[in-house]
Design a protein around this ligand. Structure first.
Ligand SMILES: CC(C)(COP(=O)(O)OP(=O)(O)OC[C@H]1O[C@@H](n2cnc3c(N)ncnc32)[C@H](O)[C@@H]1OP(=O)(O)O)[C@@H](O)C(=O)NCCC(=O)NCCS
Length: 158
């Protein structure tokens, strides 16, 4: 049984960057096909901020095992360029799925967005629709993206 222990900023846990880069590379094979693990790690170091975007959040269990990650980024999503900032890179390591870890990350992202006075967060997803709905987000649009249809979600942070 997974017992969640803490949510930390990637800025304060940068030793986990190689693990996360490995997860991303194997999960999003098409997206990262031409991108090396070194490049993904460099991008993650760029996301390791505390008081400004982009930033990333990690969730750990009680034994400090990393369970999952997400980021908040303000670079535009090309398939929906007029919205943002975006919750992106939501990933829960496979052994820890199905117990609400993603919901915890999504909630923590909203809290950090509020802390940074960001009134609204957006997300696009094809695979995590029910997870965002459970977290109280509103799916309000659908757009084509890389041969799929993704749902655009939004949530007010205040
Ligand atoms: C999508 C993802 C983040 C969800 O994380 P999570 O912490 O498992 O989220 P939830 O706890 O809300 O569970 C998600 C679903 O998995 C189901 N589930 C149950 N046990 C599971 C298991 N052992 N493994 C996977 N899914 C399981 C849950 O019942 C739930 O189903 P439902 O949404 O159809 O009701 C995670 O599956 C993941 O990292 N997937 C790969 C990357 C990805 O698709 N990211 C989303 C980008 S927006």
């Amino acid at each position: 049984m997974t017992e969640v222990g803490s949510v930390r900023l990637l800025a304060d846990a940068q030793e986990f960057i190689p693990v996360i880069a490995g997860w991303y590379k194997s999960e999003w094979v098409e997206w990262f096909g031409d991108t090396s693990v070194d490049e993904i790690e460099a991008d993650l170091r760029h996301v390791a901020n505390r008081d400004r975007l982009p930033l990333a959040l990690l969730v750990f269990d009680k034994d400090a095992t990393l369970l999952g990650v997400c980021s908040i980024r303000d670079d535009p999503f090309k398939s929906y360029p007029h919205a943002g900032p975006w919750l992106r890179g939501l990933y829960v390591h496979a052994p820890f799925r199905g117990v609400g870890v993603a919901g915890l990350l999504i909630g923590a992202a909203c809290e950090h967005a509020k802390r940074l006075q960001i009134p609204k967060l957006y997300a696009s997803t094809q695979s995590a629709i029910s997870t965002f709905e459970r977290a109280g987000w509103l799916g309000f649009d659908q757009v084509p993206h890389k041969g799929q249809v993704v749902t655009i979600f939004a949530k007010r942070t205040a």
